[in-house]
Design a protein around this ligand. Structure first.
Ligand code: SAH
Length: 266
């Protein structure tokens, strides 16, 4: 019997209906290449493997792996990578230029850095389905003006279409976490709807804007935007950071990079 390790964020799913619902929304189909992060004791691994021939899993806790392999025996081919998903090079599992589908009931303490790590592989990813802390899913999916809307919403929606699918209560897990959970679907855009000319500049602008949520944009951005700069945009400097959408931030960033306009208006 494995004792759940807190430092690995181990909360094992045991509610059969929730597991079935999750596998249904993932809808693994033969021929697809799925990668599961944090398979644990195989609550999702086994039902997913039954639907496809082969599955890669990335698991940090080596003590879980022997039982996981035993549980999957005869169900299909399980390829185990004992590794930290935050450092794992997801390109190494691609063999024939096929795209990946990523799934996982993630350890909540690493969920945000892991999503950013995975976004580096966005061009190789069809979609991602994660069980996360509900509060994080709300932030990922929020649109402008909503309470949960902020830097995380903008940075992830820059890369992906985000859909919150359903909520899961603590009792669905053992041991139960302190918080509610939700399942989220992220689909990387094949073509970015708004393209930042300089991604780091855009990312820094968003970070700066949200460092003082209650202030106006003019105040938040005064170190990088002069009144002249504001004069050149159609965005109102008196708005607050949560009133701009992804496209607005990209426009602001791209505009600032255009540099000073010719004083003669040429
Ligand atoms: N998918 C299983 C387990 C979820 S608990 C289920 O639903 O029951 C989270 C799992 O992620 C655990 O197995 C834990 O050991 C693993 N894990 C924690 N940190 C990890 C990391 N950095 N990289 C890969 N796996 C990790």
């Amino acid at each position: 019997m494995h004792i759940a390790r807190k430092r690995f964020g181990q909360h094992f799913l045991h509610d059969k209906q929730i597991i079935e619902r999750l596998v249904n929304v993932i809808n693994p189909c033969p021929g697809q290449h799925l990668v599961e992060i944090g398979p644990g004791q195989g609550a999702l691994t086994v039902p997913i493997l039954k639907k496809i021939e082969q599955l890669d899993v990335v698991e940090l806790d080596r003590d879980l792996i022997p039982a996981l392999k035993t549980r999957c025996l005869g169900k299909g081919s399980l390829i185990v990578h004992q590794a930290d998903a935050l450092e794992f090079d997801f390109r190494t599992v691609i063999h024939n230029a096929e795209s990946l589908r990523i799934v996982g009931n993630l350890p909540y303490n690493i969920s945000t850095p892991l999503i950013f790590h995975l976004l580096e592989y966005a061009e190789h990813i069809i979609d991602m389905h994660f069980m996360l802390q509900k509060e994080v899913v709300d932030r990922l999916a929020a649109g402008k003006g909503e309470d949960a809307y902020g830097r995380l919403s903008i940075m992830v929606q820059y890369h992906c279409k985000v859909t919150s699918l359903f909520d899961v209560p603590p009792q669905a897990f053992y041991p139960p976490p302190q918080v509610d959970s939700s399942v989220v679907r992220l689909i990387p855009h094949r073509e970015l709807p708004y393209l930042a000319k300089d991604y780091n500049h855009f990312a820094n602008l968003v970070k700066l804007a949200f460092s003082y949520r209650r202030k106006t944009l003019r105040n938040c951005l005064k170190t990088i935007m002069s009144d002249t700069d504001w004069g050149k945009t159609d965005i109102d400097a008196h708005l607050r950071p949560e009133q701009l959408n992804v496209g607005d931030y990209v426009r602001l960033s791209n505009g600032l990079l255009e540099g000073p306009t010719d004083p003669n208006g040429k």
